[in-house]
Design a protein. Sequence first.
Lengths: 114, 115
Amino acid sequence: DTGVSQNPRHKITKRGQNVTFRCDPISEHNRLYWYRQTLGQGPEFLTYFQNEAQLEKSRLLSDRFSAERPKGSFSTLEIQRTEQGDSAMYLCASSVGLIPYGYTFGSGTRLTVV
Amino acid sequence: AQKVTQAQTEISVVEKEDVTLDCVYETRDTTYYLFWYKQPPSGELVFLIRRNSFDEQNEISGRYSWNFQKSTSSFNFTITASQVVDSAVYFCALSEIDSWGKLQFGAGTQVVVTP
């Protein structure tokens, strides 16, 4: 598989529950990004990893959000105490090198908080 | 402040018509990258093109063409002889050299092609 893989594809959760999403980037890509896309909008940057180091976090990423990339491979995005406003598509992307070559997005995880 | 503006929310055309999507960007960097992505109803973002700020040569790929003009900070996208399969949301995005590769997207333009 040469693409970016995200699991699950869909997640429905009750308000207040915790959820975790997983992203498996293209194997040789050292950079990994998380974005959030709400209905009718373009994706918005959340956070970025270079190898295992989280180098930037958007102000959109509240304290309830945490992301990890252990060993510089797959990444997880956890949302604690979900709120209805967290309902969105969460997209992962990976790339390689100093400039954004090969920037590839996964299919996303659609989160619905009820 | 919005750095990428796609003023057209939705464009409807009949099959075989040409359609041009506008993208205006704002940056102080001299080195940057511009992208176009297609998002069909399935939701996945499909890469169409990447262009760096030093390459103003227009590009054509099949029925797709792009017009990059630094003087007007625009990177417009034209679909020639549109087809129903072109129906999707199209996003323009900017990556600035000091932003570690993160993309700043416009709000997108919905293209509807009817038979």
